[in-house]
Design a protein around this ligand. Structure first.
Ligand code: SF4
Ligand code: SF4
Length: 455
């Protein structure tokens, strides 16, 4: 950010304190130093007066932020609180350096998909041998800014044996499918568009079922889907203040995604989507701006472009929805996931209280502040469970891990599928209905029921 822009943003804050009321961290801590107002003041001290003597205290204040943008939404002057948290994190990295674990993650593992794969293999082996809780304690201790708090990585869901990129190898090109999802005559038809699918790290290694559903739904709707080689979107590094590492990952993705020559770039990860949209600003090149302009979230894409509703079958589930901050506030996609859920026959939607309040995951926040993340997550779990829903859908794999973990802790674990997984299940129910030759009423969609399982 240039100095003039920074000064303008600093002056915009009138210290009114309105941002405090919606800040999840302030709600839990009642500590003024962890608010947007405090970080604006601190940014003034650091940028204009060179006051670095705050030392590790500066790191603590910079990092105790979810980057959720609730403060920006509440602020009458639209001061962007997370911008100041990120600026302070950059200064912390410049001045005091990065923790060894973060340096290893941002510079060693995440820029190399092969190393991410090896890390996943190691975690899976640890899970199978029961070592995961031990490993989690060590890693969390290295990441934590303050105390050694164990357990966050130990709570990772069981990793699948086959990641998405083992099923659809990087470089795969998948033609449009027939309505039943198979490679019938439709695969010879001219596709409506060529879509490059950006799955990100988590939907590759942890939740490949999301990627399979996205590919299935897009192909059924007449699109050609390319799975380009790709690496981490860079968001963990940019959020952590390591802009050099974030730029490296962004540049590698811009080159790889450019080679895919797609009409649109589709992602099903709210965090990746917001990162892709920032590539233009982060790199400042025409190529990066072109990638950012093509990036679209799958929920928004399907609702805007339309999708086949006649092929949908019944999914007898009650579902609530959690708004990921990186979808609603960073990409301005507030209602499209709910619109997809509303299109599914038989699905009952129950809105939860405070659906748009951050779940507490916030990338590595759950690792650096496990106690605080757990308390924020407990409120979310209580609100989700109060709806009586069978599942709490969400459109971000990081939120998904947190929601599944905190609802288990609250006494009734809820699955947290991506809305497109439920849409794919609805298409599968429609297929079953047609196979059984149940008369299809095109006005009402096929009435075959899926088994009432939310997972
Ligand atoms: S950031 Fe906005 S809401 Fe918060 S104190 Fe400043 S002007 Fe008020
Ligand atoms: S981004 Fe969220 S956690 Fe950070 S100061 Fe703003 S409201 Fe609080």
């Amino acid at each position: 950010m240039d100095p003039e822009e920074l000064e303008r943003r600093l002056i915009d804050c009138t210290r009114c304190g309105t941002c405090l009321k919606d800040c999840p961290v302030y709600h839990e801590t009642l500590d003024e130093q962890y608010t947007a107002r405090a970080r604006v003041n601190l940014a003034k001290a650091v940028y204009y007066h060179g006051r670095f003597e705050l030392g590790e205290g500066l790191r603590d204040i910079a990092e105790a932020c979810l980057l959720c943008r609730a403060c920006l939404e509440a602020c009458p002057n639209k001061v962007d609180g997370p911008v100041f948290a990120r600026l302070l994190r950059e200064r912390v990295v410049e001045r005091f350096g990065e923790t060894a674990m973060r340096r290893a993650a941002f510079r060693g593992v995440l820029p190399e998909p092969g190393r991410v794969g090896w890390a996943a293999v190691a975690v899976r082996a640890a899970q199978r041998t029961g070592l995961d809780r031990f490993v989690g304690a060590i890693v969390t201790g290295s990441l934590a800014t303050g105390s050694l708090a164990a357990g966050a990585l130990g709570a990772l869901p069981r990793l699948p044996a086959r990641p998405l990129t083992r099923i659809h190898r990087p470089g795969s090109v998948l033609p449009p499918a027939d309505r039943d999802g198979t490679d019938g005559p439709a695969s010879n038809h001219r596709p409506k568009a060529r879509l490059a699918y950006f799955h990100g790290c988590l939907n590759d290694r942890v939740f490949p079922q999301t990627g399979l559903a996205v590919i299935d739904v897009l192909r059924r709707n007449g699109y050609e889907v390319v799975v380009p080689p790709q690496n981490c979107c860079g968001l963990p590094a940019s959020a952590g203040g390591d802009l050099a590492a974030a730029r490296g990952m962004a540049q590698a993705n811009v080159e790889a995604l450019g080679r895919a020559v797609a009409d649109w770039l589709i992602t099903d990860c709210a965090s990746c989507g917001s990162a892709l949209r920032e590539y233009g600003d982060l790199l400042g090149t025409d190529e990066a701006r072109a990638i950012s302009a093509k990036a679209r979230d799958i929920n928004e894409f399907l609702v805007t472009e339309g999708f086949d509703r006649e092929g949908l079958g019944e999914v007898a589930l009650t579902v609530t929805y959690h708004d990921p901050c990186h979808l609603k506030r960073y990409q301005d996609i507030p209602a499209q996931p709910q619109a997809l859920l509303a299109a599914i026959p038989g699905l009952v939607f129950k809105e939860m209280r405070d659906a748009a309040v951050c779940c507490g995951a916030a990338g590595s926040f759950v690792l650096t502040h496990p106690d605080l993340a757990g308390r924020i997550g407990a409120r979310k779990a209580a609100n989700a469970l109060a709806t009586g829903a069978d599942a709490v859908a969400t459109a971000c794999p990081s939120c998904r891990m947190q929601l599944e973990r905190v609802t288990v802790r609250a006494g009734r674990g809820l699955p947290a599928p991506h809305p497109v997984e439920l849409l794919a299940r609805s298409y599968a129910a429609g297929d079953a209905c047609r196979r059984e030759r149940t008369p299809v009423d095109p006005a009402r969609a096929c009435q075959a029921r899926t088994k009432a399982s939310a997972g």
